[in-house]
Design a protein around this ligand. Structure first.
Ligand code: GLA
Length: 380
């Protein structure tokens, strides 16, 4: 995973230019656990951000996005500063800034980005842009960083330059996921295991429902939740909530103010659900995942408070029409829902969700099925 060079046997990659791809993700289970040093289990989506990058010698970073409305953004790399760039361009700019901040000799480049990761849908479209840029810079500048190191750079870019206090899940998923499996990640030390997930062989599909409710993590709610978890772990004298297991939960809850109890309950039960999910996948019991997904949603809705009427309705309609289980995925406050569905039931579940949205007067959702895809790589 150290290098993202084109396939072996291909002509030697151009040292000054090339094209890279990095995917969006859905998280199967393990939500709001990553900034608590806990466990997550994401898969990469087939949807990617692609970046064609050509080095320049004049220190100018010229950014263009096919989805950016036509205008290119030109920045001097020496003048990059947190808060200094708006819109989509802040993601690639942030990565160049973070690499330079970490002491890597990254200069100017022409960058053309094209992405089919839905934006504002909780599918990590911004992490995909950050990771594709990190992979491109790593190869073109011969930095020799591995996937987790690049994910840390991308997270630093998002935290310090973009200003979103996210955890490491999205960037690790985009950098390190592999086709055909989920990434069982311990966010404390970034140790990871690829867990095979052959949905098709099991006669199953993962239906993704983008509720079209715009999910925006920069609005402060996410930061408040994160701060609440950090306060709880400090009050309990723990390095992180990850260090509290289900056995210690009742006593710990008794030591916390009311408003923090529900947060802690979610994080502890969610970490246990990730471990249970991995045990089920290891045992080949993919169907067993269904009830865990639905239980995870109930916890995010009732304890963590990050679902919304549209995600709740999508989960209810999916499960009510035969899905084995369903939950919101990602940070919440809108975004997407995943449902584990028998292959033959995909049309019926899709129609049931669409019909429920229509009856409730919500914008029509966007749906697609996803299989676990590959992380960041050089494609040309
Ligand atoms: C967002 C953040 C992640 C993670 C999830 C919730 O996607 O970027 O780091 O915290 O929310 O699990």
């Amino acid at each position: 995973m150290t290098r993202t060079h084109a396939a072996r046997g291909a002509a030697a990659p151009n040292a000054l230019a090339g094209t890279w791809a990095a995917p969006g993700r859905v998280n199967l289970i393990g939500e709001h656990t990553d900034y608590n040093d806990g466990f997550v289990l994401p898969i990469a989506l087939p949807h990617t951000a692609r970046a064609t990058v050509r080095l320049r010698a004049d220190g100018v970073l010229r950014l263009y996005s096919e989805q950016g409305g036509g205008a290119a953004v030109e920045l001097a790399v020496t003048e990059l500063a947190p808060g200094g760039v708006d819109g989509w361009a802040r993601y690639p700019a942030a990565v160049v800034w973070a690499l330079r901040e970490a002491g890597h000799p990254v200069g100017g480049a022409d960058v053309r980005i094209d992405s089919d990761v839905p934006t504002g849908a909780g599918l990590s479209s911004s992490a995909a842009i950050e990771c594709v840029m990190a992979a491109a810079c790593n190869d073109l500048h011969d930095l020799g960083l591995d996937g987790p190191q690049l994910a840390r750079i991308a997270q630093r870019a998002e935290n310090a330059f973009v200003g979103v206090p996210c955890g490491i899940m999205d960037q690790m998923a985009s950098m390190c996921c592999r086709e055909g499996g989920a990434l069982f990640l311990d966010t404390r030390d970034l140790s990871a295991r690829h867990v095979p997930l052959d949905l098709v062989a099991a006669g199953l599909r993962l239906l993704v429902v983008d509720t079209r409710v715009k999910h925006d993590l920069a609005d402060g709610e996410y930061a408040k939740l994160r701060a609440g978890c950090e306060r709880a772990s400090a009050l309990l004298g723990l390095p992180a909530l990850r260090d509290l297991g289900p056995d210690g939960l009742p006593a710990a809850l008794g030591r916390l103010p009311h408003e923090l109890r529900r947060l802690v309950r979610h994080v502890v039960s969610e970490n246990a659900r990730v471990e249970r999910a991995v045990a089920l996948l290891d045992a080949g019991d993919l169907r067993g995942l269904g009830p865990l997904l639905t239980a995870g949603h109930a916890s995010l809705r009732d304890d963590y408070g990050v679902s919304c009427p549209e995600t709740d309705l999508a989960v209810e309609a999916a499960v009510g029409s035969g899905a084995l289980g369903a939950r919101m995925t990602g940070g919440g406050f809108g975004g997407s829902v995943i449902a584990l569905v028998d292959a033959g039931a995909v049309p019926a579940v899709t129609v049931a969700v669409e019909e429920a949205f229509r009856q409730a007067g919500h914008t029509a959702p966007r749906t697609f099925t996803a299989v676990p895809a590959t992380g960041a790589r050089r494609i040309a």
